[in-house]
Unconditional design. Structure first.
Length: 464
């Protein structure tokens, strides 16, 4: 987000942008895209202080793009999203405190919008303003966190969990209602297995990767169907998404550290940070930072303009005979590399434990089908796997025959995939849920490694 500079040139810390989003608005049936959700929250954040006193609000398109983390130049996409918000109807039910009656209300998200040059004018309906300004049942949505999400499902789940911040768990949601809250179109992903893989697991993974919450789903069955679900909630420090390979991790960690030092310690604006990182090598920048931080004038706060001093040091290549800061930097890099390797070994152990647990659960589910159903299931599997079975029997005929063919690793893997696809109610938790049930030290290691490399194969959910 960068930093603001006042008229007299003093650097002013930017206030954390946090929107109080009404729970009834969050809990609505809608199919908003990710961009539409972000714009909705950003417009409300911008208008909130004057929501009831002004008929129409205005914001520059540049500021709107900044609030939602949109770096593109296609303002047509913004226009299309605003047009859809006008035509999107929100419904909500509120209980009258005096009569106890349930009152139904409906409104478009925004009543009108007008783009004039660089400005965007927008207005809310009177009913929508009353709802949005209500002081009760608010969920705080951090716009910085919001900008990180990559899917509407992930952001929708975050919106529906954040109102329970401070509690160990959310309330129970009926599955059909929850699908509506997530924006799943009616009739889509009717089989829970499909909904879980394509919506729920991915949304949970996004919340745990990009937000300040760690969540896991708890499911309740009625008969053989999933009927309700809720989420366990844990707070955690904000994470920064870094790279992939160990080398990329080190580079990304160093880049992030530089940005934080330039903005927090030396009070450079976001634009100044970008210019510095573009014009100078990272090691050169870090050397100057270490040199200045080691100086007595910096440590005694005698440098009036630390930003200007650092920029001069970079331009004029200030020198010092003290090499200790560089040695410390190399040592810190080495320590980070060792930590990543250690975490990777621990995460690999958790990953293997999960797959052993998952495989055992699949085999138990097959055995519990009952004689008739199990016979039918295995008959269908043999038909499905016939090409693979014939190949194994042909190439490894000295090792496998019709009696022990199921001992083949290839056939075992195929059986697991078939069971995963065909059995609707496998009692298997997701990888994230499995991790949340581990000892605290393993959970901590998992979260730390994920903050370094959220795309690592060991962190992926699914049936692989």
């Amino acid at each position: 987000m960068g930093r603001n500079v006042t008229a007299v040139g003093c650097v002013k810390k930017e206030i954390k942008k946090e929107l109080k989003k009404h729970a009834a608005t969050i809990h609505c049936s809608n199919t908003l895209t990710l961009l539409q959700r972000k714009i909705t929250n950003a417009l409300l954040y911008h208008a909130y202080k004057e929501l009831m006193s002004k008929v129409e609000h205005e914001i520059t398109i540049k500021e709107l793009c900044r609030l939602i983390g949109y770096n593109g130049h296609n303002h047509g996409a913004i226009k299309d999203a605003l047009r859809e918000l006008i035509s999107t109807v929100i419904e909500w039910n509120l209980i009258d405190d005096k009569t106890g009656a349930e009152n139904w209300t409906a409104s478009s998200i925004i009543a009108s919008v007008c783009l004039e040059g660089p400005l965007c004018y927008y207005a809310y309906s009177p009913r929508m303003k009353q709802l949005l300004h209500s002081p009760s049942m608010f969920g705080k949505i951090d716009l910085v966190i919001q900008s990180r999400f990559r899917s509407s499902y992930g952001l929708a789940l975050y919106e529906n969990c954040i109102r329970y911040r401070g509690l160990p768990k959310t309330k129970w949601f009926d599955l059909d209602l929850f699908k509506k809250l997530m924006g799943v179109p009616p009739g889509k992903y009717a089989i829970f297995r499909d909904f879980k893989r394509r919506v729920l697991d991915k949304a949970i993974d996004e919340v745990n990767t990009y937000s300040d919450l760690v969540i896991a789903a708890e499911l309740v069955r009625e008969g053989r169907k999933i009927a309700r679900l809720r989420f366990t909630l844990k707070e955690r420090a904000k994470k920064t998404r870094l790279g992939k390979s160990d080398g990329e991790l080190l580079i990304s960690a160093e880049s992030h550290s530089l940005k934080m030092q330039l903005s927090d310690d030396f009070l450079l604006s976001a634009k100044q940070v970008q210019v510095v990182l573009r014009e100078y090598e990272s090691q050169y920048i870090q050397n100057k930072i270490d040199m200045i931080k080691a100086s007595k004038t910096f440590q005694s706060n005698k440098i009036d303009n630390v930003a200007g001093y650092l920029l001069s040091a970079l331009r004029q290549d200030y020198q010092t005979v003290d090499k200790a800061p560089i040695d410390m930097k190399l040592q810190a890099t080495h320590v980070l590399s060792l930590e990543i390797q250690s975490l990777k070994k621990e995460i690999e152990g958790i990953w293997l434990d999960y797959h052993r647990y998952r495989d055992e659960a699949i085999y138990q589910a097959i055995d519990s089908l009952g004689a008739a159903k199990k016979k039918l299931f295995m008959s269908q599997f043999y038909q499905f796997a016939e090409p693979t079975l014939n190949t194994v029997l042909s190439l490894q005929r000295t090792k496998y025959n019709q009696d022990n063919i199921l001992d083949s690793p290839q056939v075992k893997a195929l059986l697991r995939q078939f069971a995963w696809r065909e059995l609707d109610l496998l009692p298997i938790c997701s990888l994230e849920e499995f991790v949340s049930q581990q000892p605290e030290n393993k959970i901590s290691a998992w979260q730390k490694f994920k903050s370094y490399d959220p795309e690592h194969p060991f962190l992926r959910t699914g049936e692989s």
